[in-house]
Design a protein around this ligand. Structure first.
Ligand SMILES: C[S@@+](CC[C@H](N)C(=O)[O-])C[C@H]1O[C@@H](n2cnc3c(N)ncnc32)[C@H](O)[C@@H]1O
Length: 198
C-alpha cells in the first residue's frame, strides 16, 4: 500500500470531492472543511447532527453562497425524499456513525439510480498488526472523546452489500506517529440502477 503524507491525502480528498455534480448531500459535514473542494456549480445540502458544528457550517455555507440550511439529522435517518440527490459525500464520517449499514442504506435511498458517492475515511489496519491492536484498544475511548469515531472500522463491505460498485477505490497509508501509518480508504462509487459504468 502506497505511503503518502497528510498533504497528499488532502489533495486526493479534494480531487475526489471535486468530481461530484448536481444535487449533492454532504453527510457529517462538520464545520464545512470541504466547501472549497466542491465544484462551484453543485447544489449543496449539508447534514450535521452536532449543533455547534452545524451553526458554524451554516455560516460557512452562506459565505460559500450555498444558501440551504444544514439538516439537523443523522446519516441513519436522512430527512430527504427517495431519489432526490445526485451524489453523496462524506469525509471521516462513516467512522463516526452509530450504524454503518443503516447509514449506507439511507444514502442509497436518497440517491438517484446511478448516483455517485464519495467517501474518505481512516480504516482498520490489517488484523494481527500492532496498528490494529492499538486501534482496537483506542476505539472505546475514541468513540467517547472523538465524536463517536471508531478507529478500527472499514465501511467497504457495507458499501458493497448496499449495492454500490467502486468506480475509483484507493487504499493508502498516511504517515503518522507513533504507531505507524494510518490506513485510509478513498471510495468513489456508483449506486445501482444507472447506465453501465465505463
Ligand atoms: C471527524 S468529523 C468529520 C467532519 C467533516 N466531514 C470533515 O471531514 O472535516 C465527523 C463528523 O460526523 C458527525 N457525525 C457523527 N455521527 C453522525 C451520524 N450518525 N450521522 C451523520 N454525521 C455524524 C460528527 O458530528 C462530526 O461532525
Amino acid at each position: 500500500m502506497q505511503l503518502i503524507s497528510d498533504d497528499d491525502l488532502d489533495d486526493l480528498e479534494r480531487a475526489f470531492i471535486g468530481r461530484v455534480r448536481g444535487r449533492v448531500l454532504e453527510i457529517g459535514a462538520g464545520d464545512g472543511e470541504n466547501f472549497g473542494a466542491f465544484h462551484p456549480d453543485v447544489a449543496w445540502t449539508g447534514l450535521e447532527p452536532d449543533a455547534g458544528r452545524r451553526a458554524e457550517l451554516a455560516t460557512r455555507a452562506r459565505e460559500w453562497r450555498h444558501p440551504s440550511t444544514p439538516l439537523d439529522a443523522t446519516a441513519e435517518h436522512i430527512p430527504l425524499a427517495d431519489s432526490s440527490v445526485d451524489a453523496v459525500v462524506g469525509t471521516f464520517v462513516l467512522c463516526s456513525v452509530a450504524d454503518v449499514a443503516a447509514a449506507v442504506a439511507e444514502v442509497r435511498r436518497v440517491l438517484v439510480p446511478g448516483g455517485r458517492v464519495v467517501f474518505v475515511d481512516h480504516v482498520a489496519a490489517p488484523r494481527g498488526t500492532l496498528k490494529r491492536a492499538v486501534q482496537n484498544v483506542a476505539t472505546p475511548f475514541a468513540t467517547w472523546f472523538d465524536h463517536g469515531c471508531h478507529w478500527n472500522r472499514d465501511p467497504e463491505p457495507e458499501l458493497e452489500a448496499a449495492g454500490f460498485s467502486g468506480a475509483d477505490v484507493r487504499r493508502l497509508r498516511v504517515r503518522s506517529m507513533p504507531f505507524g501509518p494510518v490506513p485510509v480508504l478513498l471510495y468513489e462509487g456508483v449506486a445501482p440502477g444507472g447506465p453501465p459504468v465505463e
